[in-house]
Design a protein around this ligand. Sequence first.
Ligand code: C2E
Ligand code: MG
Ligand code: MG
Ligand code: MG
Length: 286
Amino acid sequence: RAKDIGRGTFCFFEPGMDMALRKRQQMEAELRQAMRDDMLTLHFQPLFDSRRELVTFEALLRWTHPVLGAISPADFIPLAEETGLIIPLGEWVLRQACKTAMTWENGSRIAVNLSPVQFSRGNLPQLVRTVLEETGLPPERLELEITEGVLIGNTDETLRQLLPLRTMGVRLVLDDFGTGYSSLSYLHRFPFDKLKIDRSFIQNLTVDESQRAIVAAIISMGRTLKLEVTAEGVETIEQFELLNSQGCHELQGYLLGRPMPAADAQILQRREQSRPTDRSQRESAS
Ligand code: C2E
Ligand code: MG
Ligand code: MG
Ligand code: MG
């Protein structure tokens, strides 16, 4: 440390930098501790199809810090990625999510977010295969959400991991679509089943004509490429109806349901299960 260098020496270190580094190291230690102490939990946010039937839950990580309270994954996932903790953490999320989905009798799918680091380190197809075997979850009920960051860089290596997952029957979703820098040409090179339009495009949908045009273009492109299209961050009835009328397959957002603890997700799926629907009719028709 600067003060150890000796008296009278000019200090090259910004006090602020030292603080930031120490804070980061402390956060890392606390995250490790949280993993050991079961302070991490999953919440589940529902996705509905155009008939307002519950079809999927997305697993979203939550960290309840003893002092700071709830910390957003947006704040600690980057730290977990930098430190490599994302590998054991991602494995825990996948296993926990699949186990929880096995308790849902209505057969909802479970969507799990993956970090690009899980593609560059570790054997993802093998991990997924093992977890599916262990939990007994049918592969068609698992969706893996991947951001555009995964597609940039070593695309051959990414493909090498995505293809066996697709062959297994797992569904691949391109998350936060439209925010990254990936080329549109990637869309048909990679074996995606579904695009999830980023919330930022949904926000001003009903007031901003250019946003509306972009969303309409994404949905029509999805149709051409035979990709399902989902929207995240649906907060108003107007957004819901507009997206629905444009042919969006699935919708997610605070309007339809917030991320909730597993017990509440269980209650919601049970209620949906017993609600009289034309699900069976639809299935026999398709
Ligand atoms: P994401 O996958 O795009 O998830 C959607 C985020 O938007 C979630 O934030 C969700 O709570 C929030 N959201 C959903 N509906 C609405 C809405 O109507 N309005 C608004 N304003 N927000 C809405 P959350 O839970 O804070 O997660 C943030 C991000 O952290 C996720 O973005 C995902 O990229 C990442 N993340 C979460 N869990 C995991 C995980 O287990 N593994 C990895 N690698 N990343 C995760
Ligand atoms: Mg997601
Ligand atoms: Mg998203
Ligand atoms: Mg997002």
